[in-house]
Design a protein around this ligand. Sequence first.
Ligand code: UDP
Ligand code: MG
Length: 344
Amino acid sequence: MNQQPILTIVVPCYNEEDILSYTFTELKRLMENLVQEQAVSNKSKILFVDDGSSDNTWQMIYKETLKNEYIRGLKLSRNVGHQNALLAGLFTAKEYSDCLITIDADLQDDISVIKEFINKFKEGCEIVYGVRRRREKDTFFKRTTAIWFYKIMKKIGVDLVYNHADFRLMSKRAVNALKDFGEINLFLRGIIPLIGFRSAQVFYDRKERLAGETKYPLRKMISFALNGITSFSVAPIRFVLFIGFSSFCISLLFAIYFLFLKFFRTTELGWTSLILSVWLLGGLQLIGVGLVGEYIGKIYSEVKRRPKYIIDIDAFNMPLPLQNSGGENYDSIYMERGKLSETN
Ligand code: UDP
Ligand code: MG
């Protein structure tokens, strides 16, 4: 019985107050079932990571940690983005856990396949990818942009698991290995296949978001995709080199042609072609410089080695509730720090 693995489910939350109570209920029920069926140890936890929300997300999480033994919380000092919030959760819980599952707070990913994840883990897989079977519940826009994203990534040689988001199981070993990737510009989906180890895929259908709205507006999606591309591949910069080189060759040919016109024909040399080439080359140079800048920006943030996240309150590794030495009640301190207004 004691052999059952300790599971931690890591749930990043950014302004998710609308859906959290649903998420609590569903995940608690799931965890209770898993423990009852002895699929996982009864020490297993669900860790909600508050990614610097500005609504009541943390208050809700904290209250829940006091009520339910399976629920734990982690509050980050500010919004650091989905990927970093996931890391914060994984690294905080890894020593405690044998395996860790990450899932979005909106539970668009089907939690009923978690059982299957655990079976695969018990069969010896260190990483289990949740893969969406279809995405018809996503908006048309999201679906097409996502398809294009995978296509482009594949073209430029980034090895992604098709239609896999951040719903996956990782063993403690895999998470430890992940920790050795010191990059700041993190694109987990690209890095995790690089860890290696035995892995498996589990298929599921993705649901619609029940409440709240997507925290990935177009702006964030573009930055996410751009990050993915530039973190893993020098293909864009090669492309610019290629264009630069081709336009250089073409302009050489033009030069010969223009000289030919000048010396052997009438020199109605076009102001148009001149101005066109000025603009064209100017544009190309700008693209080139912009892209180079993108990479230099990466180097810049890598060399600084800033922490990827900072934990404000760790309600995972501390026993709850707790008396501190001054006799003050742990929960009143933290409730206050979490600006919990309600008294319950
Ligand atoms: N999220 C986060 N920090 C952010 C943005 C999003 O922790 O800055 C979380 C969010 O709470 C959710 C998950 O990342 O649990 C995925 O976000 P969302 O469901 O909005 O993305 P979508 O499913 O639309 O791609
Ligand atoms: Mg979602």
